[in-house]
Design a protein around this ligand. Sequence first.
Ligand SMILES: [Zn+2]
Length: 79
Amino acid sequence: MIDKSKIKVCCICTESIKPQYLGKDQIYDNDKSLDWYWYDGNNAQPVADGRCCDSCNSTVVIPQRITDLSMRLNMGVSK
Ligand SMILES: [Zn+2]
């Protein structure tokens, strides 16, 4: 079950971040298995300080990281 109280909002587009299903935890007793979800989305650095959704990660954050990296390489500056 998805715990709606744990759902976070993307700090870039302000849409709610879709939880990602991780798998079942079989350790639980009484034959019960617990579904695990990842609620935190992606790290939005260096675009924003917070968490972002998958679509912002692939369309905004990753291209920005590549731009930053290639700029650093071009300038010969290591950080
Ligand atoms: Zn987003």
